[in-house]
Write a protein that binds this ligand. Sequence first.
Ligand code: AMP
Length: 279
Amino acid sequence: MQVFKTVKEIQIYFINSKPKSIGFVPTMGALHVGHISLINVSKKQNNITVCSIFVNPKQFNNPEDLIKYPRNIDADLEKLANANCDVVFVPSVEEMYPNKIEKEYNFGILSTVMEGEHRPGHFNGVAIVIERLFDIIKPNKAYFGEKDFQQLSVIKELVKQLKLPIKIIGCPIIREDNGLAMSSRNERLTKIEHNAASEINKALKYVSQNKNNYSVLELKKYFNNYLSKNKLLTTEYFEIADGNSLTPINHWNETEYLIAFTAVMVGGVRLIDNMTIIN
Ligand code: AMP
């Protein structure tokens, strides 16, 4: 496994190795089985798989969240080596942003609802880092988890707007045994909080399986009431939205492809999750 810290080094590597196809998995490190699942899919579909590890300051609207974001580069490199990842790109902030970038994107509703509403500037920061990484790596395919479904939608739109020749591939959410969606932020949960966080999955499951028994508003109420019973959990938002446009709905007949989305504070840790509604 090759590890590169600079743009120059990785680009020289590509010039010399001339890979037929590059699969790319961008991450912020503190890797877990969810991240490795993306590496595994990329390995199957490409000659070379590149993983980047970069905690992107531009996508953190909350400075404390950036400081507290888990970092563990040695363990990450070991996990990537075990997964037979070919190349790891670990740039510094200066390497990624040598010049001031103040680009403003317009993704319409995709970036203004839910996460966009609650984390102002977040998706603009995501788009800046992904555009820069795509320009450095020039992948044929790039892999993103459905755990961050709204991010996946924004990146598909980014690639469309910039007319980039990159196929964006969404990969399923990997969950822990208790149903909690794997996340680097789970490392920050105490045992009690971790246990409480598993309620998010239970409530999402109930919602996803009860379209035919209740109205949208009843299920929204159910979700909020269910989670509010646990003092460690505070629901930031819960929405049922169209899976393509991400427009939140209030009536089932508005669209067929529906996903339930939520962000929940568990103690001081903000977790997001989503689940497709069964028709
Ligand atoms: P992050 O390091 O949190 O920026 O995540 C890097 C990539 O891994 C993103 O595309 C995430 O959506 C994806 N990812 C994170 N957690 C999971 C998970 N539990 N299952 C599948 N993909 C995930």
